[in-house]
Design a protein around this ligand. Structure first.
Ligand SMILES: *Cc1c(COP(=O)(O)O)cnc(C)c1O
Length: 399
């Protein structure tokens, strides 16, 4: 077979499959001249809530802001500790640090790569306010055990579901199994927009109101309601602003909380509404690809991904493990096959976290994985020919 380039994630075939609709909805937004929190954002939030089976969806500018705003809405800040995983994208811990709290890293399980619930309790202190599990690569964490620990110690649970849209734990959608959960619509995520975007979901209406206020400078009606919630007053008292003649939002220039400017724009929402209708199909295609890889690599020395029996994994990335990662990755690159290393440095060993005082050996499983794991191409539209070529190439390496 002729050498062809196979990227790790190719966004083009997905675009081509819905090109006409995406172009149309984008142009409709342009001609509507309503660009921020208009019809598409409102409808997308409703559709997202319905898809997950959750009461409130609050769209924001990106997945990192979603985490930051969720933490702030829970009142987490200076002096607090949040337990999380070191084997994740930096934004998980960064959001905790950003609000002034300290990330406390707990090692991961070698099979699922997710936080090991059995190691959480030993890290709980009087400062611990929350647990932030990450459903890494689309594999759900053991939420029953995590929630039981949280309940026992009176902690919040915030799911970082950036990589796990559509995945399920015991038949229930990820994002509905905690106090508050966040998603990212970064283009390469399973549900990606044409730029940056994020979502916060929660069944708690008060938290939702606070998040809505925080995404827009703590102003407006949501700002006022959030202020009232936080000050234990009647949430629906409205100040008399009758002298304000701002046409569309009489409270826009009344600020009740220190917030952010972090909103999903109408073009992104319009695109995401189209894509949300396809997400299950795309996730199932990813699962099919994973099955094909698993089946065809089982007689090699490579470790293939584990799928917990109670879950539906959505394979944001398909991760293999090899003792000879560097050689294999370069061998595949010469065959035109892209790979990626997720994640080469666990967060407790990142320079940015030097001051937390962790050293090599502290979280051995995360460190072990960071030396061995690599991703091979995974997206819904991979062709049989491409998958076959990838398998043949890996086998040609002789591992
Ligand atoms: C992508 C990602 C984020 C951040 O999302 P952005 O939209 O890029 O800000 C946070 N956590 C995890 C686990 C991610 O993969």
């Amino acid at each position: 077979m002729k050498l062809k380039k196979i990227p790790l994630i190719d966004l083009k075939p997905q675009y081509q499959s819905i090109e006409k609709t995406l172009n149309e909805v984008t142009l409709n937004v342009l001609s509507s001249s309503s660009y921020i929190i208009g019809e598409n954002v409102k409808e997308f939030e409703k559709e997202f809530s319905k898809y997950l089976g959750v009461n409130n969806s609050i769209s924001v500018g990106n997945g990192t802001d979603a985490l930051i705003i969720a933490l702030k809405a829970l009142g987490i800040g200076q002096g607090d500790e949040v337990i999380t995983t070191p084997y994740t994208f930096f934004a998980t811990a960064e959001s905790i640090s950003f609000v002034g709290a300290t990330p406390v890293f707990v090692d991961v399980k070698l099979d699922t790569f997710n936080i090991d619930p059995n190691k959480i309790e030993e890290k709980i202190t009087s400062k611990t306010k929350a647990i932030m599990p990450v459903h890494i690569f689309g594999q759900p964490c053991d939420m029953d055990v995590i929630n039981a620990i949280a309940k026992k110690h009176n902690l919040y649970v915030i799911e970082d579901a950036a990589q796990a849209i559509g995945s399920e734990y015991k038949g229930q959608k990820i994002g509905t199994l905690s106090d508050i959960a966040t998603f990212s619509f970064f283009p390469t995520k399973n549900l990606g927009c044409a730029g940056d975007g994020g979502m916060i979901v929660t069944n708690n209406d008060s938290l939702a109101t606070i998040c809505k206020a925080l995404r827009a400078h703590g102003s407006g009606e949501n700002g006022q309601k959030a202020y009232n919630i936080l000050n234990n007053t009647d949430e629906n008292i409205t100040e008399d602003n009758s002298n304000d003649n701002t046409v569309y939002n009489s409270l826009k220039y009344y600020n009740y909380l220190i917030g952010h400017n972090s909103r999903l724009d109408e073009i992104q929402a319009a695109i995401l509404r189209v894509k949300l209708r396809e997400i299950d199909k795309w996730n199932n295609a990813r699962r099919e690809n994973a099955r094909f890889y698993n089946e065809n690599l089982k007689d090699t020395n490579l470790v293939t991904p584990f799928e917990d029996k109670d879950v539906k994994h959505v394979y944001h990335l398909y991760i293999l493990q090899s003792e000879k990662r560097a050689e294999l990755v370069s061998y595949l690159s010469n065959k035109g096959i892209s790979t990626g290393v997720y994640y080469p440095v666990p967060l407790h060993l990142q320079k940015a976290y030097k001051d937390l005082g962790y050293k090599e050996g502290d979280l051995p499983n995360a460190e072990y994985l960071s030396y061995r794991t690599f991703a091979i191409p995974m997206f819904a539209e991979l062709t049989d020919e491409e998958k076959q070529y990838i398998i043949e190439s890996i086998k040609g390496f002789g591992e």
